[in-house]
Design a protein around this ligand. Structure first.
Ligand code: SF4
Length: 339
């Protein structure tokens, strides 16, 4: 933990408030992200975890305003470095994507042009945000980053398909670093990598984090990756954040029954209980359960859980959750703190 440097005395780099993202389908409205709020400070790494379909990737796309029709951001605020991204024009937003906020996807081929050599990707990205840099200077910068990323410089002349999956993910990180992005959002960055390459990629991220004081939102279903990298964890269920805390207390003493079940279903995690498969399925967001959305799967559900949504409550210092089991223990409720 020593290497993790987070400056919390400054205002948060990103403040998300009551963000709602909806998809308008023929079957009805799907609220994929429902009233999500959190902060992230410069130099901080937040792990965003939850089962497939919980809304974590949609949230990542929404932060860059990349949600596509039939989806839309219906309400809320995304305050990045003091300005609400939701209020910006598409042109203003384009200037911030890449240069200020960068996104790394599970499959880098979705972001890399298959017809363009890697050096041209660097030149184009750098020129899109700073035309005063010459092509030669841009390529030199890309070469320096390749040294850092552990890729031979001559691979700059390759097309994306000539690189391995691990190299392509490194290139995506390199593109974000080339533009000096303030915030990187990585959506399942290791899912397509084999275990060995994943371990190397994680080591690289840890190293880059130390060197660049990177601010990172790590979206993943892989709790092991989060335990390696994150300072704080936000657990999402059915479009909502249900628990958020620093990584050590969250893994040592999760308070929300969903988090407890999630951690028990993962091998090699710091919870001294046997591995158990979580029962039941995530809810259909076209018709989510009333009250607490986890109640149909929750072994501790009481009558109140079926009718009323639990408030966001500070269960312990800086450890927040929405669960009726913890509401009476502490009166600090209502989402007063997200950072
Ligand atoms: Fe379970 Fe009730 Fe807590 Fe929801 S509010 S997690 S149903 S105990």
């Amino acid at each position: 933990m020593d290497e993790k440097k987070t400056v919390k005395t400054e205002p948060p780099l990103l403040k998300v408030r009551d963000l709602v993202v909806e998809y308008y389908t023929r079957a009805g409205v799907v609220r994929a992200v429902d009233g999500v709020s959190f902060d992230i400070h410069r130099g901080e790494v937040i792990g965003l975890v939850g089962e497939s379909g919980c809304g974590k990737s949609t949230l990542g796309m929404a932060l860059l305003r990349l949600v596509r029709t039939p989806g839309q951001i219906s309400s809320g605020q995304i305050i990045f470095d003091g300005e609400d991204l939701i209020q910006l024009s598409e042109k203003e937003m384009r200037a911030r994507r890449g240069a200020r906020i960068s996104m790394i996807f599970q499959d880098p081929m979705t972001s890399l042009d298959p017809l363009q050599r890697i050096d041209d990707h660097f030149v184009e990205s750098i020129h899109a945000h700073d035309k005063s840099i010459s092509r030669q200077e841009a390529i030199e910068k890309a070469g320096e980053l390749f040294d850092l990323l552990g890729i031979a410089r001559d691979r700059l002349h390759d097309f994306p398909h000539q690189l391995s999956g691990g190299m392509r993910q490194r290139v995506m990180i390199g593109l974000a670093l080339a533009l000096d992005a303030d915030l990187i959002i990585a959506d399942e960055p290791t899912t397509s990598l084999d275990v060995l390459v994943e371990a190397q990629f994680l080591d690289l991220l840890k190293d880059l984090r130390r060197r660049y004081n990177m601010t990172l939102i790590l979206i993943t279903h892989n709790i092991g990756i989060v335990s390696e990298l994150a300072d704080r964890v936000a657990v999402m269920y059915a479009g909502e954040i249900v628990e958020m805390a620093d990584i050590e207390p969250l893994f040592a003493e999760p308070v929300h029954p969903y988090t407890q079940a999630l951690l028990r279903s993962v091998p090699n995690i710091r919870l001294d209980e046997e591995l158990k498969i979580m029962q039941g399925q995530p809810p259909d967001l076209l018709d989510p359960p009333s009250g607490c959305r986890f109640h149909p799967r929750c072994p501790y559900a009481i009558k109140l859980c079926r009718t009323e949504a639990p408030p966001w409550t500070e269960v312990k210092p800086n450890h927040w959750a929405s669960c009726w089991l913890h509401v009476e223990e502490n009166e600090n409720q209502g989402g007063a703190s997200y950072g």
